[in-house]
Design a binder for this molecule. Structure first.
Ligand code: VGL
Ligand code: ZN
Length: 205
């Protein structure tokens, strides 16, 4: 078992990109996307100090969209166009405890997998100092997609000095084989745990 100390007000839950376009029926559906939502809702009942949800939010013609349908690294079908149905947070995701919705990927010429900064590393979202100002010490990350926005956000949380954990079973992955991404996360100093580890650590004794 892999329990972590009980959740309290110095802990943040970061829910990455649980949006219609990343769920079955969406433009960039990740197979397990819908399955993780009930567990995320249960996690939100723990006494986190802050719960943040990110939203991929692209202008039309965004650089990350495949211009002519040709697959290329970091190019995707058109998805999460700002203020469309696909960009909306899934309506099955509980939102009453979400204190901050952070939109990312809004600049036409640069993508942003991480909640903390753009992919060029030059534009900071302000999330890290905001979490520090809120007294947050640990960040727990879940959501979609494990290999892209979850990984980038978790690595940046750790680099910013937060004790960082990825809730592996509450992340939807593009690939069935998670070994490479787990290695990258561990190399970044991130703990890989399950929702059960957290729920068990919070049971009244
Ligand atoms: C994502 C690809 C493109 C993600 C966002 O949320 O992981 N992946 N935009
Ligand atoms: Zn995107």
């Amino acid at each position: 078992m892999n329990t972590v100390p009980a959740i309290d007000g110095r802990d943040a839950l970061l829910i990455v990109d649980v949006q219609n376009d990343f769920l079955p029926g969406g433009a960039l559906a990740v197979a397990q996307g819908a399955r993780i939502i009930p567990a995320i809702n249960r996690l939100q009942e723990l006494p986190f100090g802050r719960i943040v949800a990110t939203q991929d939010w692209h202008p039309r013609g965004h650089v990350s969209f495949m211009a002519d349908g040709t697959p290329a690294p970091d190019r995707w079908p058109e998805h999460c166009v700002a203020a469309t149905w696909g960009a909306a947070i899934a309506d099955t995701l509980a939102q009453e405890h979400v204190g901050l919705v952070l939109r990312k990927g809004m600049q036409p010429g640069i993508d942003s997998y991480s909640a903390f900064r753009d992919n060029d590393g030059e534009h900071d979202s302000g999330l890290a100092p905001w979490l520090v100002a809120c007294g947050i010490r640990r960040v727990f990350v879940c959501g979609i997609a494990l290999e892209y926005c979850v990984r980038a956000s978790a690595l940046d949380a750790a680099a910013a000095g937060f004790d960082t954990f990825v809730l592996d079973d509450v992340c939807a992955a593009i690939n069935d084989d998670r070994r490479d991404v787990h290695r990258m996360l561990r190399d970044g100093g991130i703990g890989i745990i399950t929702a059960r580890d957290l729920m068990e650590g919070n049971e009244a004794s």
